[in-house]
Write a protein that binds this ligand. Structure first.
Ligand code: SF4
Length: 251
């Protein structure tokens, strides 16, 4: 569980990524006020693991957390009290679960591999790339934490706690070690490049691989990042519209 105020989006995300890098498969945040629900709407699209909203007494905050996109609610029905309020939350949660199941998105695989949840910024099928990477890495049995991220805008920064990762953008893969881009490869070569770098990393260590980074890789990644931002804008996930809905529902 995070110990930040959930309204503090950057601080909470930093804890979530630390927990994921340490092996957490799921993270819980408190949702004890309208600002926390609005924070969750901004956090969930960027979390590498499923998010649980901790509800205290207010059923409307449970509904707001579901609107924010959380994967699970933790609440005590005895605290909510009114049966019709409990029913409203249960029906909303059931509808969300059915939607995820129908899209084949209910399960997340991978123990040593973190995949971002994907969002409006992703330029590749993150689940497909993650599955390919996991299959290949499992074959080699490499003991490292690897992140597959959908975009270079936020990917390397969000997954800086992972040993190694790759982020997509502008038809290319941006390979990063501890959050620093070390190579840029064609998108079709992403998984192969990830495997090669994983083997080097295990054999040589982080410092050696950072020292061996391609000259100009970080600048190329920044150029692709800026191009994506110019194309997609600052809010491709319609986060502010979600926040607006939550704000109206709770005011
Ligand atoms: Fe984060 Fe980019 Fe993945 Fe969206 S696509 S969750 S912004 S890394």
């Amino acid at each position: 569980m995070t110990v930040t105020k959930t309204a503090d989006v950057d601080g909470t995300l930093a804890q979530i990524y630390e927990l994921a890098a340490a092996g957490a498969d799921i993270v819980r945040c408190t949702c004890n006020e309208p600002e926390a629900a609005e924070g969750l709407a901004r956090i969930v699209p960027r979390s590498p693991v499923p998010m649980v909203a901790d509800i205290h007494f207010q059923y409307r905050l449970a509904l707001a957390a579901l609107e924010a996109g959380v994967h699970c609610l933790r609440l005590n029905p005895g605290n909510i009290r009114k049966p019709e309020h409990i029913k409203a939350v249960a029906e909303e949660a059931r509808a969300g679960r059915q939607l995820l199941e129908s899209l084949g998105l209910r399960e997340r695989k991978g123990l040593d591999l973190i995949a971002c949840p994907s969002c409006g910024r992703a330029e590749v099928d993150v689940i497909k790339v993650a599955q390919e990477a996991q299959a290949a890495l499992s074959e080699r049995n490499l003991p490292i934490q690897v992140a597959v991220m959908g975009c270079v805008v936020n990917g390397p920064g969000e997954a800086r706690g992972a040993d190694l990762g790759i982020a997509a953008g502008r038809g290319r893969g941006h390979l990063f070690v501890k959050g620093q881009v070390v190579r840029v490869v064609p998108e079709a070569d992403m998984v192969q490049a990830l495997l090669e770098e994983a083997e080097h990393l295990v054999a040589e260590g982080v410092d050696a691989r950072l020292a061996a980074a391609d000259a100009g890789a970080a600048a190329e990644a920044e150029r692709d990042r800026q191009e994506l931002l110019a194309v997609q804008g600052e809010d491709p996930n319609a986060v502010e519209q979600r926040v607006e809905i939550i704000h109206k529902e709770l005011s």
